[in-house]
Design a protein around this ligand. Sequence first.
Ligand SMILES: C[S@@+](CC[C@H](N)C(=O)[O-])C[C@H]1O[C@@H](n2cnc3c(N)ncnc32)[C@H](O)[C@@H]1O
Length: 483
Amino acid sequence: MNLARFELDRLAAMIRERCGLRSDTDDGQALAAALDTRLAATGSPNATAYLTRLAEDTDEFQAVINLITVNETYFFREPEQISFLVRRARAMLADRAAGQPIGILCAGCSSGEEPYSVAIALNEAFGADARRLFRVLAVDIDSGALAKARRGIYGERSFRGVPPGMRERHFHRHEAEGWALDPAIRASVEFRHVNLLADPLGELGPFHAVLFRNVSIYFDAPTRRQVISRFADLLVDRGCLIVGAAETLSNDFGVLSLAEHGGVFFFVKGDETARRPPPRPRGPAKSATAVKPVRPATPPSPPRPMKRTRPSDRQNTPADAVRLVREERYDEALSLVDGWPAGPGRHRIRAQILFNRNEPRLAEREAEAVLASDPWCVDTLVLLAQIARQRQDAEKALHWLKQAVYARPEAWLPHFYLAETYRRSGRFERARREYAVVVQQLSASEASSTAALQFPPGVAPADILRLCQRNLEAITVEQGHGA
Ligand SMILES: C[S@@+](CC[C@H](N)C(=O)[O-])C[C@H]1O[C@@H](n2cnc3c(N)ncnc32)[C@H](O)[C@@H]1O
């Protein structure tokens, strides 16, 4: 059917007003196709009559929404964010009120791959305790996607980001449709139909973390701000909001503070610096937080054990180990490097693995062993600075970062951390200088300055560039109040 522009505009306005979705991302094609489909399905005489009905008929409106939402998703999308969430979950457990589960909201969960990834990761980290310790709520406006999510059966495409062995541990073959999720994991996620823009959210919370990934791209700036403010109301103090890595800066409205940890950017309610747990007393304990009842990293009786990569598989080069670390296959990476003779290469990778596993004290020991034979190893100097930053020890962080800059002045990452550390400690002029260096380096070449690093950060250099430019502007204001 030929649709008039004004009819499409009327539909676009209705959708934008009720649920925030823009239709300009594909020139309104999805909208036109949806309108065509629904006109035929309802036998409406014309678009004007249909639109009049649509204004009143909520079921019909839902049918349109189900046609126009973009549901693209897969398991373990942006896995470094999921790992960050698990690391933070440990710290959140230490902070929570006794007996209260940690609330995690997946906002815009589509067909469930995201919240189930969270549930699987929590299960792998905390075992059967995860269900008692965490409450995962997943919401979406698309009732069709939610129905699929509740079934928990997925085809191959949903697994394109899944670490090896994970699928075999938590899914079983489903005759016709692919893979069915373990019923216990499925039951650990609650799904609800929610319009993030318009439905009351208050009774859903409170939450310690909100994942709002790959949804805000379909909203305009005022809608994004409105939704972020709604999340801010749902978050506990120092709760965090995680958006897709590419969406970070477009959601930075100053409603929540932007923070970074281990290369993952996120927003936090209140003061992030207040949330670090106190340093643990020296001792053999493994986890960075003192959460006694939790046994980390023991998947509950896996149906099929994960195939481990061992040196005997002929994958035992440093490049293999680095790849495993980047894929967050830490146990495999550790067993691989432990087969190597002692030396800086082994210590260097062990340091990174232990840091990523939130074992800073052990990581520090490995890092010191690296520096004993290779005092200018930039990865290790940056790692030590990150550990110092975690401990709120700005002077120590600056010490390591200055050495890293001295060792490799062309690498932007140490400059970036220097800028951040200076800024946080109120030394705005120095921060400004370092941000300017990063801007200059990244404007010249985004790739080359991290080429020297074995473990570059997970965030896109283009985002760092924009962040630094924005911080340079903000510093002018802060300088008025600071140093
Ligand atoms: C591209 S998917 C993102 C899925 C998942 N978060 C991920 O990152 O893989 C976007 C989802 O946002 C949902 N969505 C869009 N507008 C919404 C709104 N106003 N309220 C709730 N969900 C919404 C869509 O239905 C869709 O399922």
